[in-house]
Design a protein around this ligand. Structure first.
Ligand code: HEM
Length: 459
């Protein structure tokens, strides 16, 4: 049988391919490729052959129907020195065993048990804000999400080890981001100041985690945090648990995968609300009617329907995971085109979520579009902020719970006036963050939630 043709695509420099346009503005590059060449586009970044897929059916083929032929993308593997064989990077039988062990830890009921931590940390953040103060909401959400994941995962409070943990996390993420953008990142084995810095921080985190794991192994008490749950997880077939090494890799993975993305989602949501006062007013009315003058709990979340729509719509327009990457193990045919083994396959939520074939007025922030079962009507992979198939984000319920509870805690107390001096610009690093942060003046709304009744709520 004749081989399928290669996908169409832009011409490129003989050595660099399309690297220059890609590095100049990755999001615009993806948009242009899809608009000019269709749903399957071939391009090249230096020696690396790449294919962009922007049709939901083709994305479903890669993530679901033929997922066994696809492994994670090379860029994600840059995280291996830090994340080891945690869920995000492991493959095959080992990944499957770990996923089966860990999945129950993230079931809805367990996740709901972290609601008090989420609300309590948010309240502490709000108590430190002063009226008419200027704040970078993105930096605030990063600190908040880090505090929440540290407590939920390790039962560690600010003031214990969390400064050490957050410093190490900052260095690790900054290192990954710069490697991801660099045409020639220094290989990890090279004696290079960047590698030394990274390894020093990874060693610090390793030592801290090992201390925590050893301490926990010697305790019989279940602290109810994710670490306790992961330590107790047992493989049904042979009743075996995780070794210290596997625990370390999974903790590190959840720790890093679990806070940056959620923080970006919340920051983008604040930006969208501040620029759409009518949406903000409706959301506030819903929160006031469901939660009244107490603090929100997990039990309120199913009734915060509009809040969920706001978060879904924010994840559509500013998906923190703005592209998913894979590589085929064997040559395959996608959308009628030949794709060779080892090709980088990129599936950009950024483009698909804004495609007018699937969304009316796609550039508009309109939470109401999620009324009336849009999710069911859409082709399955026209909206995939948490990925899909067997590698679907394991923390999606956690992230949704966190985003909704943070909205419901903050909004009754504060509103934000965006600073006109600092433009808000999407910045595609490993995740989609606002390049200059999101600067705003915070205004007190009212004192309905007082210190007294907040203390009762979270006791
Ligand atoms: C808005 C917040 C979040 C977004 C947008 C997001 C997005 C994603 C996406 C797109 C994937 C799939 C990656 C791929 O297929 O290559 C993923 C995987 C993953 N996420 Fe999330 N995530 C979020 C929050 C979280 C949270 C809160 C946790 C943990 C507490 C978490 C833990 C993970 C893990 C462990 C994986 C790997 C799962 C596997 O391969 O089995 N994520 N996430």
């Amino acid at each position: 049988m004749a081989r399928a043709p290669d996908p169409p695509g832009p011409p490129g420099h003989w050595l660099l391919g399309n690297l220059r346009e890609f590095r100049h503005d990755m999001l615009a590059f993806y948009e242009r490729m899809s608009r000019d060449y269709g749903d399957v586009v071939a391009y090249r970044l230096g020696p690396r052959k790449s294919v962009l897929l922007t049709h939901p059916d083709l994305i479903e083929q890669v993530l679901v129907t033929e997922n066994r032929n696809f492994i994670k993308h090379y860029a994600l593997r840059l995280l291996r020195p830090t994340l080891g064989d945690g869920l995000l990077l492991s493959e095959g039988e080992f990944w499957l065993r770990q996923r089966r062990l860990i999945q129950p830890v993230f079931n809805r009921q367990r996740v709901d048990s972290f609601a008090a931590i989420i609300v309590d940390h948010t309240r502490t953040m709000l108590d430190s804000w002063r009226p008419r103060e200027a704040r970078d909401l993105h930096a605030e959400m990063m600190k908040l999400a880090l505090g929440i994941v540290t407590k939920a995962l390790l039962d560690v409070d600010s003031g214990d080890n969390s400064d050490e943990v957050s410093r190490a996390a900052d260095v690790i993420l900054a290192d990954f981001n710069s490697r991801f953008k660099s045409a020639f990142p220094p290989p990890f084995w090279l004696p290079h100041p960047r590698n030394w810095r990274l390894k020093r921080q990874v060693r610090r985190l390793d030592a801290l985690l090992q201390r925590l794991i050893t301490q926990r192994r010697s305790e019989s008490e279940d602290r109810g945090d994710l670490l306790s749950l992961l330590m107790r997880a047992r493989d049904e077939s042979d009743n075996s648990g995780m070794t210290d090494r596997h625990l370390r890799d999974e903790i590190m993975t959840v720790y890093l995968a679990g806070h940056e993305t959620t923080a970006h989602a919340m920051a983008w949501t604040w930006y969208l609300l501040a620029t759409h006062p009518h949406v903000e007013a409706r959301l506030l009315a819903e929160i006031e009617s469901v939660v009244s003058d107490r603090l929100p709990t997990a039990a309120d979340v199913p009734r915060l329907v509009y809040a969920e729509q706001v978060v879904l719509e924010s994840l559509r327009l500013y998906p923190p995971a703005f592209v998913i990457g894979r590589e085929p193990l064997h040559d395959c045919t996608i959308g009628g085109y030949h794709v060779a083994a080892g090709t980088s396959i990129l599936m950009p939520q950024w483009v698909v979520h804004r495609d007018p074939r699937f969304f009316d007025r796609p550039g508009q922030f309109d939470p109401d579009r999620w009324n009336d079962g849009l999710m069911k009507r859409l082709p399955k992979y026209a909206y995939f902020p948490f990925g899909g198939g067997p590698r679907l984000c394991i923390g999606n319920s956690f992230a949704m719970l966190e985003a909704i509870l943070v909205l419901a805690t903050v909004l009754p107390r504060f509103r934000f006036e965006l600073s006109a001096d600092v433009p808000v610009v999407p910045w595609p690093t490993v995740t989609l963050r606002p390049r200059n942060g999101i600067h705003a003046v915070v205004h007190t709304r009212s004192s309905r939630v007082t210190a007294d009744n907040t203390a009762q709520q979270t006791a």
